[in-house]
Design a protein around this ligand. Structure first.
Ligand code: DI6
Ligand code: FE
Length: 402
């Protein structure tokens, strides 16, 4: 008995090879178990293939499964009241400095049970999955104590085990200074580092992130966190140059960061550092939009330098409460001037790279059988519509979602 399946009569955006979109007009895929074992022109399908099932996709467009590579999906409460305050003129920084912002989500997250956090995060994950997300990164950073960071990372891990989505867990202890460390930021950074081996030992950390910013952590404090992470063999990534240019990108690239994220204030020196270290630029148009930012990330210069660009929701309660990665494709084009092909690469092949994953993000033999079937004529429509979901079928690890 074979567990092979053929997915035939497909128009493939493989995002592999040199063709625009990695396009195959009359294509087919063969999967076996969790993996793709063959991709190509349907006319070239190996003769005498024995398959368990054959799926006729009726000419629909197939892309790799979408990857949301930067989210803060696990938290208690919401911050609609701060949205109102900002509409009355308060700035995000003012709200943060007066004890609201991230710290308000920290109180609600600490107060919430693990079960409740799981239920809320599951609802959010279902929205992302409904648009074709098959892999999701989730950061901690609303617990800010060993116990509460572990609680949030366990919720993330459980989603990966139970919710039919692959989850990568990122430790973002250096997100904000919790009240019990008020005025002792250096001590808090030491605590964040001290908790890291234990969280890693419990299998709760795939990578380490920090918020390097005027209202966050300094480059020197970020360095301390990254030295600890690298000492434990963990990869790093950074919230860098979102509200100001702190030079965090150059620092992160010294540590061969997988990605630097936001980057509205990125300098030419930062771009050069990213190019040299092969670091992915993760663009987050939802946060730019929701904060009504006016400083655009230097997309033309990143493109010119050949720095890979990813796109993500940055789903979080303060600056990007969106649960639509497809809307981010549209915004990456309208606001940041990515091409629709760059935007799609940003939520597939480059998003995989931003997570250090070499086993997904394209339709290629040997990779995971994570893919989406869409009711569109061309993949550029995925960036063109906003507020429409053309997903027909979602397959993860060779298994179609119900
Ligand atoms: N940058 C962001 O956009 C989020 N965290 C960060 O470091 C915002 C988090 C929040 O406001 O709750
Ligand atoms: Fe973020």
């Amino acid at each position: 008995m074979t567990s092979k399946q053929v997915w035939n009569n497909a128009r493939l955006a493989t995002l592999a090879g040199d063709q625009p979109w990695g396009w195959v007009e009359q294509g087919a895929l063969v999967t076996e178990g969790e993996h793709i074992v063959w991709v190509g022109e349907a006319s070239q399908l190996p003769a005498g293939l024995e398959v368990e099932a054959e799926h006729d996709l009726q000419g629909a467009v197939v892309t790799p499964g979408l990857i949301d590579c930067h989210t803060h999906l696990v938290y208690g409460g919401q911050r609609a009241r701060e949205f109102e305050l900002r509409l009355h003129g308060a700035s995000y920084e003012e709200i943060a400095r007066s004890g609201g912002g991230i710290r308000s989500s920290v109180s609600s997250t600490r107060a919430a049970s693990e079960e409740h956090l799981f239920a809320m995060a599951l609802l959010r994950a279902e929205s992302l999955k409904a648009e074709g997300v098959t892999t999701l990164e989730i950061k901690s950073g609303y617990g800010l104590s060993l116990e509460d960071e572990a609680k949030c990372l366990r919720v993330a891990r459980r989603l990966g085990e139970e919710a039919d989505v692959s989850v990568l867990k990122t430790y973002l202890g250096a997100h904000a200074v919790p009240p019990e460390f008020q005025g002792r930021q250096g001590d808090y950074v030491e605590a964040v580092c001290a908790w890291m081996p234990e969280l890693k030992r419990q299998g709760l950390v795939d990578a380490v992130d920090a918020f390097c910013e005027g209202i966050g952590f300094t480059p020197a404090e970020t360095r301390r966190v990254f030295e600890t992470a690298r000492g434990l063999g963990l990869n790093v990534k950074l919230h860098a140059e979102q509200l100001s240019d702190q030079g965090g990108t150059q620092l992160a690239c010294e540590f061969a960061a997988l990605s630097c994220d936001h980057l509205e204030h990125l300098s030419p020196a930062g771009i050069a550092a990213m190019k040299a270290s092969g670091t992915v630029a993760v663009l987050l148009p939802g946060a730019y939009y929701f904060l009504r930012d006016t400083m655009l990330p230097p997309v033309a210069a990143l493109r010119e330098a050949g720095v890979p660009m990813a796109v993500s929701t940055d789903h979080n309660p303060g600056t990007s409460p969106t649960l639509s990665l497809l809307l981010m494709l549209n915004m990456a084009c309208t606001l940041f001037r990515l091409t629709p092909e760059e935007a799609l690469r940003g939520v597939t092949v480059n998003a995989a790279k931003a997570l250090g994953l070499a086993d997904r993000g394209q339709l290629r033999a040997g990779l995971r059988a994570d893919f989406c079937v869409w009711a569109v004529d061309h993949p550029n429509e995925l960036s063109y519509y906003f507020g429409r979901n053309p997903l027909l079928r979602r397959v993860r690890g060779g298994i179609e979602s119900p």
